[in-house]
Design a protein around this ligand. Structure first.
Ligand code: ZN
Length: 300
């Protein structure tokens, strides 16, 4: 078969295309690039598996402050706030209806003040049960069990954890009750009035998340996890437990706003010596008291 000029040109063009494609698949450090795996896409945000750009090894034995945002306190693990909690009555008492006094860790309380500044929480909502001592938690559990008994329900079905093992010992959790006229046709107990609906739609911007499972039907249980994680949980529509499993499974995830990388979340096993962190980002770290360390890195 005669090979004409045209087919030589076509062969060169194919070769060039293959070389160009191979070149595009290589990263500057010479390693083969991977396709980005999209884990979640919502509004302008996308969450990808893995990490993008330059990284550097960071030794985990460096000293770091544990934020406590990931402490599991689900009735099994013991948990206690490492920080002194402060009085909500003294800080915002006249602006936010309270049942008795409510104690919270300063970071959670100031985030709540920010929320109150943007939306008046004076009507339709009442805050109760923030930080509780082990003894107070035990009293609450006993009262709930008593209530269950009167209703003819078994005490083991009581959703209130024992003293020392509840998120209410962390100083980052607070319960709310909705007041006034409630729409009982609404299944989500937080969305039964206007203030509750606002909280449902907006509180993640201030670092709060709602866990419908926690405390069972005893209360609407909110927990402060920091703004970064609250946004991730909001985008993924996951509660604390689900989000933790998601991080354990994926190890590293990247949050993009359009084409801009704004955060990376990493999950490492306690005992690992180093972790590869993205360059030029700040970080906050929490243990989950189940043997994992969660690092949230964000661009300033
Ligand atoms: Zn609660």
């Amino acid at each position: 078969m005669k090979t004409g000029k045209g087919s030589v040109q076509a062969g060169s063009a194919i070769l060039c295309f293959v070389m160009l494609w191979a070149g595009m698949r290589m990263l500057p450090d010479g390693k083969a690039g991977k396709e980005r795996t999209v884990l979640c896409r919502k509004d302008v945000y996308t969450i990808y598996a893995g990490i993008e750009g330059e990284t550097y090894p960071w030794p985990l034995h460096n000293s770091w402050q544990d934020t406590g945002y990931f402490y599991c306190a689900d009735g099994i693990q013991r948990a206690e706030s490492a920080e002194k909690c402060i009085s909500m009555r003294e800080t915002v008492g006249s602006y936010v209806p309270l049942e008795g006094d409510v104690l919270l860790r300063p970071d959670a309380l100031y985030a709540l003040c920010d929320m109150q500044n943007d939306y008046p929480l004076q009507e339709g909502v009442r805050f109760s049960r923030g930080y509780m001592t082990e003894a107070e938690q035990n009293i609450w559990q006993a009262q709930t069990r008593e209530k269950y008994k009167k209703l003819g329900m078994p005490a083991v079905s009581c959703p209130v954890p024992a003293g020392g093992k509840s998120e209410h010992q962390l100083g980052t959790a607070v319960d709310v009750q909705l007041t006034g006229r409630l729409n009982m046709n609404e299944k989500n107990p937080l969305k039964r009035n206007e203030t509750g609906r606002w909280l449902w739609e907006n509180m993640w911007r201030y670092g709060f998340v709602y866990d419908a499972d926690f405390d069972g039907c005893e209360a609407i249980h909110l927990r402060y996890v920091g703004r970064g994680h609250a946004r991730m949980m909001h985008l993924l529509n996951m509660n604390h437990e689900e989000y933790l499993s998601f991080l354990q499974q994926n190890k590293t995830v990247t949050l993009m706003h359009g084409e801009t990388m704004i955060a990376c979340v990493l999950c490492v096993t306690e005992g690992e010596e180093t972790v590869l962190l993205p360059q030029g980002m700040r970080r906050e770290i929490s243990r989950d008291n189940r043997g994992n360390i969660i690092l949230y890195c964000w661009a300033e």
